[in-house]
Ligand binder design. Structure first.
Ligand code: SF4
Ligand SMILES: [Zn+2]
Length: 454
């Protein structure tokens, strides 16, 4: 195991030169030294504790030898903060309760558990616990990632990076830390391991943008495991040696980044252990794909197919039972796919331009969605209603097989193809109930402009 002489050896394994850094030069020796100096001089230091094996390794190492990490020996300048997304594997929570909380209590380290308080940032942050004697890890706050996904009928977005993480982890943790810092820079530790350069690089870029906007250094970030060169294997070995348990990575069972947050075989194994959680995610994926064929959990694959291939009959059985027992809805889904602006329009007309001539039907613009529940009832009742609607509208019932269980829809507007923009779609579909009626801002205006009010 690498010895903990962090400040004597600022640039470590695989991170010594700009050219060799997979993160694109973020970990040059001088950049690491600067970051360390900023971190050390911050009056308050805080670990963003994700409950998984990586940040547990870092926390255990800090508890043993805080001074090596630039933290006061009595932990008076240090705190640990966890953001609860509200959807954790129970074995993660149990391992932290059994093996980490007693150590925090013994050392009197301040531990806060926070969560996003609502859909909008204005709702703020809920502090579920903030104490030096933590007794339990909360499983959820008042608003969770799954609450949001189920209300929207969508899975976490694969494209555009870890937006769900920024929203449900980054926002509550940053807000809490800032609120405690009285306007001073917060030294912030992340438990990314040495295989996770890219995550650190992304976090640094994001932080640089925020500091620029704020006109001050709000957080000084440090990634000791990367500097120490502790990769996944080293981290797992260290935690097992210290606690006697093989702790897993912490991530939401609904995570679309299967290769990043957990290698797929491990994830499927965990879903076999927790078939009820798998069934909840399978249900969400089904609803999401009912509203949009392309909205599977993974970029080019469905969780349903993977769980089926894995012969996880418990999860599939519970998923099937949920579908049979729950209320269903007939939803009306409308989408307006506006055409995007030509590149020359951006150059000539700046951030905004409403000239129709500047749009190109081959370029994707903004997509405006409206979802409304038209009817609820049993699965059979919803299906019968859809069939009656098809007859009344003189349309056929389309059966999509994008999801292995199939989805039935009745379309009243069909796009000519998926690559032509300035087009709309409008359909009725059956799926489990619970998606909230919602339309994107300006939906009505855009829709009526594109359809002549139909
Ligand atoms: S673990 Fe995955 S789903 Fe959960 S917040 Fe992070 S990126 Fe999103
Ligand atoms: Zn223009």
């Amino acid at each position: 195991m690498t010895s903990l002489t962090l400040f004597d050896t600022p640039a470590l394994k695989g991170a010594t030169t700009e050219a060799s850094s997979p993160a694109g030069g973020v970990y040059t020796a001088s950049a690491v030294a600067d970051a360390l100096a900023a971190f050390r001089s911050a009056p308050r230091k805080s670990l963003a504790y994700g409950l998984g094996v990586d940040s547990t390794a870092l926390l255990l190492a800090i508890l043993d030898d805080p001074v090596s990490f630039g933290i006061a020996e009595d932990f008076s300048d240090f705190s640990v903060v966890t953001a609860l997304t509200g959807f954790e594997f129970p074995d993660t929570i149990a391992a932290v309760q059994d093996h980490v909380l007693p150590r925090l209590r013994a050392k009197g380290v301040r531990y806060a558990q926070v969560a996003r308080a609502g859909h909008l940032e204005e709702a703020g942050v809920q502090v579920l616990s903030d104490t030096t004697t933590p007794g339990r890890v909360f499983s959820r706050g008042q608003w969770t990632l799954m609450d949001e996904m189920e209300a929207n009928g969508t899975v976490p977005q694969y494209s555009g990076g870890h937006r769900c993480s920024i929203k449900f982890k980054g926002f509550p943790i940053d807000s809490f830390q800032r609120s405690q810092a009285g306007g001073q820079t917060v030294g912030k530790l992340f438990g990314y391991n040495a295989d996770e350069f890219r995550r650190a690089a992304e976090a640094n870029k994001h932080q640089a943008r925020r500091d620029k906007k704020a006109g001050a250094r709000t957080f000084a970030l440090d990634y000791p495991l990367i500097r120490l060169g502790w990769d996944r294997e080293a981290v797992q070995g260290y935690v097992q040696e210290r606690t006697g348990v093989a702790m897993a990575k912490s991530y939401c069972p609904v995570c679309p980044f299967s290769g990043v947050c957990s290698p797929q075989p491990d994830h499927l194994k965990r879903l076999r252990k927790y078939p009820d959680l798998a069934a909840r995610v399978l249900r969400l994926e089904y609803v999401s794909m009912a509203l949009n064929d392309n909205s599977s959990l993974y970029k080019d694959d469905t969780l349903f197919r993977r769980v089926t291939a894995d012969q996880n009959t418990d999860a599939l059985g519970q998923f099937g039972a949920r579908l049979d027992e729950e209320d269903w809805a007939v939803y009306r889904v409308q989408r307006a796919y506006t055409a995007g602006r030509r590149p020359e329009c951006h150059t000539a007309h700046g951030d905004r331009c409403a000239k129709p001539g500047c749009r190109d039907s081959g370029i994707k613009g903004t997509v405006y969605r409206s979802v409304k529940t038209v009817r609820t009832g049993s699965r059979a009742e919803a299906s019968a209603f859809l069939r009656n609607a098809a007859v009344a509208l003189n349309r056929r019932v389309e059966h999509s097989t994008a999801h292995g269980l199939g989805v039935d829809r009745v379309r009243t507007h069909t796009r000519p193809d998926s690559k032509t923009y300035g087009t709309v779609e409008d359909f009725y579909v059956t799926a489990p109930a619970g998606v909230q009626d919602k339309a994107r801002d300006s939906f009505a205006t855009v829709w009526s402009g594109m359809t002549g009010g139909q």
